[in-house]
Each structure stands twice: as structure tokens, then as C-alpha cells.
Design a protein around this ligand. Structure first.
Ligand code: 3HC
Length: 291
């Protein structure tokens, strides 16, 4: 498939980043949001991210304009009719996502591949909401999408192997490395990463070490780009908590019990960068960039 035009539904941090990745690869993008306010946030995200690349001399002003011009922003899902692939990046609510997939199935041409960027919900259930389950896959990007080099290509028991392969080839065209994963909770990365992040919160909760010391230990001792608390703030504490719950639901293992401290932060609305404060963002930490 040529993948000349793709749709991205949901232009939050991940959706806007994914739209940018496609546009940078020369592909026309229809970016869909629920209302004008959400569209404006998506546009601002794209402008900020490409502006950062411009400031660093990684894009010329003309290249930046070309990338932005490739993204058409719209509130009408009907604009996705002729897309070769539509990727969904809306909040992680199964009922809303299933409704969206059923609608995309009705709207889009029969050959359109329907993909989800979900990090925690079963791709199989979304496929079952459509009349084309063989053309539904997970296409899981990592935050920040324009920077991280991986795409998990998630296939279900009914995914057409040819579709899976085409999506893998598309990921390569986007400059990413695809890995093929079956539809199991957390796929590969979150299944390994989230228990580690959750355990860092448990160490903090038990007073084994302080936030900054744990972050420094993992950055300097293991060579990670970010310590676990900075990374939790980037991912979003609500997202992290949700993924832990999904891992626990599938495994029923003590290893996957979400930390009570993580739950408290989420309940208090301290969600990380997206809310302005998480493990970092106290007045003493200086300003934290909102995603
Ligand atoms: N959007 C676009 N570009 C960004 C960006 C953003 N939000 N944040 C950073 N960048 C770019 C910068 O422009 C810079 O680009 P350049 O190399 O072309 O100049 C590059 O990334 C490096 O940025 P900085 O020099 O400003 O900062 P760092 O060197 O500290 O890197 C980082 C920032 C790339 C975020 C790095 O700290 C990192 O890799 N952190 C780990 C991120 C990670 O693990 N992500 C996966 C999370 S798990 C996930 O997403 C799954 C989900 O389901 C939960």
C-alpha cells in the first residue's frame, strides 16, 4: 500500500507527535479532534515541536512550513474516508474507543487499515468492534513520538499477516524500528518498563531512598536518559497507573500491584507534565514544561 494519506484521531501529546512523524515522512495527514479548542491545542503542539527543531537548526523554515502544511486539522471524521491508514490516539477508554472503531469502519474505504496507539487496552476488542478485524492492528509509539525510535506493531489472532507486514514497512518509512508483538497486556516495553517504574515508587514510599537519589541512581548507575520519576512525569501518572492495573488484571501477580503512593498521586490530580505537577513540579523544582 502506498500510504499517501493517513488520519490521526486525537491530537494530545501522543497524537500530535504521531501526526508530526507522518508529516515529516512526506505523508499527508488529516488530524481529527472533537472540537476547535482541542484542535488548537493539537496545532500548538505541532508548532512547538517543529519550532524546537527549527531553533536547533534541524529543520529549515521552509521544511517546517512543508511539514505543517501536510497536516490538515479537522473536527470531521468524514474527512478520514479516503485515508490509507487511520491511527487512533484518544484517551484510554474502551467504550469510547470501540465506538470510534465502529464509526471508522463505517466511514472509511474498505482497504483502510485501522490502527490504535493504545498502551493498555486489548487491540483484539477494538478489532471485534469492526467488520474488518483482519485490518486492525496496534501501532504503539513512544513518548516523545518524534524522537523515540520504536514502534510496536501489535497483531491479534485475526490480523492479516500481510497487514502486519505492511504496517511494519510503514514504520521503517517513518524512520522507526518496528517490533512485532502479540496482543498481550503491556506488549513488550510497558510489560517490562512499568513494573520497574512502579517499584521505584514503592522504594520512595518505603523511605528506602529519596526521589532525586533514585533518579540519579538509575541515570548515572545504569546510563538511562531519565530517572524513573522524571519518566513517570513524562508518561503521565494516570497512564502509568492504568497500565499497572491492566498488567495486574491479566497476571493477578503481586509483581503488578500498583503502588498505593502512585494511586494517591493520581487521585490528587498530580499527573505529571500534562497537569503541571507530578513527582516533580513542586514550587521548589522550578517550572516544568507542559507537554
Ligand atoms: N517533542 C519533540 N522533540 C523532542 C521532545 C518532544 N516532546 N523532547 C525532546 N525532543 C527532542 C529534542 O529536540 C532533541 O532533538 P535533537 O537531538 O534533534 O536536537 C532530542 O529530543 C533530545 O532532547 P533534549 O536534548 O532537549 O533532551 P534530552 O537529551 O534530555 O532528551 C528525551 C529528552 C528524548 C525525552 C530523553 O530524556 C529520553 O529519551 N527519555 C526517555 C523517554 C522514554 O523512555 N520514553 C518512553 C516512555 S514509555 C512510552 O511512551 C509508552 C507509553 O505507552 C507509556
Amino acid at each position: 500500500m502506498a500510504f499517501e494519506m493517513v488520519g490521526v484521531v486525537g491530537l494530545g501529546t501522543m497524537g500530535a507527535g504521531i501526526a508530526e512523524v507522518f508529516a515529516r515522512a512526506g505523508i499527508q495527514v488529516a488530524g481529527v479532534e472533537a472540537d476547535e479548542q482541542a484542535l488548537a491545542r493539537g496545532r500548538a503542539h505541532l508548532e512547538r515541536s517543529t519550532g524546537r527543531a527549527l531553533d536547533k537548526g534541524k529543520l529549515t523554515p521552509a521544511e517546517r512550513e512543508e511539514i505543517l502544511a501536510r497536516v490538515t486539522l479537522t473536527t470531521s471524521r468524514a474527512d478520514l474516508r479516503d485515508a490509507d491508514l487511520v491511527i487512533e490516539a484518544i484517551p484510554e477508554r474502551m467504550d469510547v474507543k470501540a465506538e470510534l472503531f465502529a464509526e471508522l469502519d463505517r466511514l472509511c474505504k474498505p482497504s483502510t487499515i485501522l490502527a490504535t496507539n493504545t498502551s493498555s487496552l486489548p487491540v483484539t476488542a477494538l478489532a471485534a468492534a469492526t467488520g474488518r478485524p483482519d485490518r486492525v492492528v496496534g501501532m504503539h509509539f513512544f513518548n516523545p513520538a518524534p524522537v523515540m525510535g520504536l514502534v510496536e506493531v501489535v497483531g491479534t489472532v485475526v490480523t492479516d499477516p500481510g497487514v502486519r507486514a505492511e504496517v511494519g514497512d510503514l514504520a521503517v518509512r517513518l524512520g522507526k524500528t518496528p517490533v512485532e508483538v502479540d496482543d498481550r497486556a503491556g506488549f513488550v516495553v510497558n510489560r517490562l518498563l512499568l513494573p520497574y517504574l512502579n517499584h521505584a515508587v514503592t522504594l520512595l514510599d518505603h523511605g528506602v531512598a529519596g526521589r532525586d537519589d533514585i533518579d540519579n541512581a538509575m541515570k548515572l548507575g545504569v546510563g538511562l536518559p531519565m530517572g524513573p520519576f522524571h519518566l513517570l512525569d513524562l508518561i503521565g501518572l494516570d497512564t502509568a497507573y492504568e497500565i499497572m492495573n491492566v498488567l495486574f488484571d491479566e497476571s493477578r501477580s503481586d509483581r503488578h500491584v500498583p503502588s498505593p503512593l502512585l494511586r494517591s498521586y493520581v487521585a490528587a490530580g498530580l499527573l505529571g507534565r500534562k497537569s503541571g505537577r507530578g513527582f516533580y513540579g513542586d514550587p521548589g523544582d522550578g517550572p516544568q514544561e507542559k507537554a
